[in-house]
Design a protein around this ligand. Structure first.
Ligand code: IPM
Ligand code: MG
Length: 354
């Protein structure tokens, strides 16, 4: 049966890097993969064309696809808008609408790039951390939220960090299941020393481990300590489980350990049988957009994650990851990696090893 991939190139360098992933998908299709690729408007591009960052039609098409590959959203031209009219609101709406509550963010250091890290090679060579970040709850979505003006003219801003036990348990399950295919070690981050909801997070994670996953080596760490440990000794971590906000922050920190934000893919998945949302971790990078120099590796590696988690082709995923690694080993580098290849030429290098 033909599977479907919806591309949402979005803004900034999004269309440039997604074009490379599209070429790679075309190659796999030519090689026999039964996949139909379509495209839709999203983010700032959708605001310009349709007035909103995520149209009902795009959301419906995303939910009907087998996998969605996004490029990037955002840019200075939309920054002054109210929150619900910003490109980022489209992304949050897409995550919530698709109910992709578990965000997998691998921070893997490619051997060829170990010297690009801000840490010494010994700390990052062989680094292989998998973040499992809760993606559809917490302070990103909690209510009440907003800013009010008080009678005395001063203002009061509110956002609410809120989780139910069901939300914690389902994302923890994803982390534990993935850990079983790795070393079995999971470290969960929260601020249970100051937040009731943080302590509850810890208790729910521990209770699921005790009830159903006795083989999982579970540890807990305060999020601030984890921020420190990630730069002190990152290789102590295997799977890291976090809420939405801590995961946003700590995964950016871990990404930098690997040398380039331009290398890292991500997957957002929900219940079995529902489509996943795949996207590079890097943003729209307005400073280099339109120049054809963006690194397409994260987009290509996100396509690999789609093949693994949504399209049932872990074999093709591994082949694609190998092709990226071989291209790097052979010296292929975009400017962010210290080289001079264009986005398209980096795509050529990857395709040459596929
Ligand atoms: C990310 C981004 C998003 C987030 C923004 C663009 C809304 O930083 O995917 O990490 O905060 O989740
Ligand atoms: Mg982020």
């Amino acid at each position: 049966m033909t599977q479907s991939l919806l591309l949402l190139p979005g803004d900034g360098i999004g269309p440039e890097v997604t074009a490379v992933a599209k070429r790679v998908a075309g190659r796999l299709i030519a090689g026999g993969l039964d996949l139909a690729v379509a495209e839709g408007p999203f983010g700032g591009a959708s605001i310009d064309a349709h007035g909103v960052p995520l149209t009902d039609e795009t959301l419906a098409r995303a939910k009907a696809a087998d996998a969605v590959l996004m490029g990037a959203v955002g840019g200075p031209q939309w920054a002054g808008q109210p929150y619900d009219k910003r490109p980022e609101a489209g992304l949050l709406g897409l995550r919530a609408g698709m109910n992709v509550y578990a965000n997998l963010r691998p921070a893997r250091c490619f051997a060829a790039l170990a010297d690009a890290s801000s840490l010494k090679r010994i700390h990052v060579e062989g680094l292989d951390i998998l973040f499992v970040r809760e993606l559809t709850g917490g302070v990103y979505f909690g209510t009440p939220r907003g800013v009010e003006t008080l009678p005395d003219g001063s203002r009061r801003g509110v956002n609410t960090h809120v989780y139910t036990s069901a939300e914690i348990i389902r994302v923890t399950r994803v982390a534990f299941d993935l850990a079983r295919g790795r070393t079995g070690a999971v470290c969960s981050a929260e601020k249970g020393n100051v937040m009731e909801a943080g302590l509850m997070w810890r208790e729910e994670v521990q209770a699921l481990r005790d009830a159903e996953y006795p083989d999982i080596k579970l540890s807990h760490m305060l999020a601030d300590n984890m921020a420190m440990q990630l730069v002190k000794n990152p290789k102590q971590f295997d799977v890291i489980l976090t809420d939405n906000l801590f995961g946003d922050i700590l995964s950016d920190e871990a990404a930098m350990l690997t040398g380039s934000l331009g290398m890292l893919p991500s997957a957002a998945i929900g219940d079995a049988g529902t489509p996943g949302l795949y996207e590079p971790i890097h943003g729209s990078a307005p400073d280099i957009a339109g120049r054809g120099v963006a690194n397409p590796c994260a987009s290509v590696l996100s396509l690999a994650m789609a093949l693994r988690y949504s399209l049932g082709r872990p074999d093709l995923a591994a082949g694609l990851e190998k092709a990226v690694e071989k291209a790097l080993d052979a010296g292929a580098r975009t400017p962010d990696l210290g080289g001079a290849l264009t986005t398209a030429a980096m795509g050529d290098a990857i395709l040459a090893h596929l």
